[in-house]
Write a protein that binds this ligand. Structure first.
Ligand code: 5GP
Ligand code: ZN
Length: 114
């Protein structure tokens, strides 16, 4: 998708603080961090929202989740704890329409989320 911000990061057209890459995903630091660790993990493939994940793209979700687990360990937050979030559409607070997992940690999270 030529007009998608995260596709441009995947293509290297927009800079990002990339911390880890896999065959089908990319992880980089959020530009506006909401916690001491705030990493976004995105598929290389463009999928707009969680609503658009179908059987043939479901493996992506597993890859993103495994990446989150690995990065949490590397960021030193695995044992203290962390939160993974996927926002969907406007009520979910999604602002970039290319699916991504937020990995948040390094502080105590509140519940329920706002
Ligand atoms: P959403 O609101 O869609 O769940 O999350 C989008 C996230 O992308 C937000 O946390 C926002 O701070 C982050 N973001 C938006 N633009 C950029 C950017 O250009 N670079 C990086 N690294 N993060 C971005
Ligand atoms: Zn995209």
């Amino acid at each position: 998708m030529s007009d998608c911000l995260f596709c441009k990061i995947v293509a290297g057209e927009i800079p990002a603080d990339i911390i880890k890459e896999g065959d089908d995903w990319l992880a980089f630091r959020d530009i506006n961090p909401q916690a001491p660790t705030h990493v976004l993990i995105i598929p290389r493939q463009h999928v707009a929202t969680l609503n658009d994940v179908e059987e043939d793209s479901a493996d992506i979700i597993g890859s993103l989740t495994l990446a989150a687990k690995t990065i949490a360990r590397e960021e030193g937050i695995a044992d203290s704890g962390y939160r993974t979030v996927m926002n969907c559409n406007s009520d979910g607070g999604q602002s970039v329409y290319h699916i991504h997992v937020h990995l948040l940690g390094g502080r105590s999270m509140r519940w329920p989320p706002g």
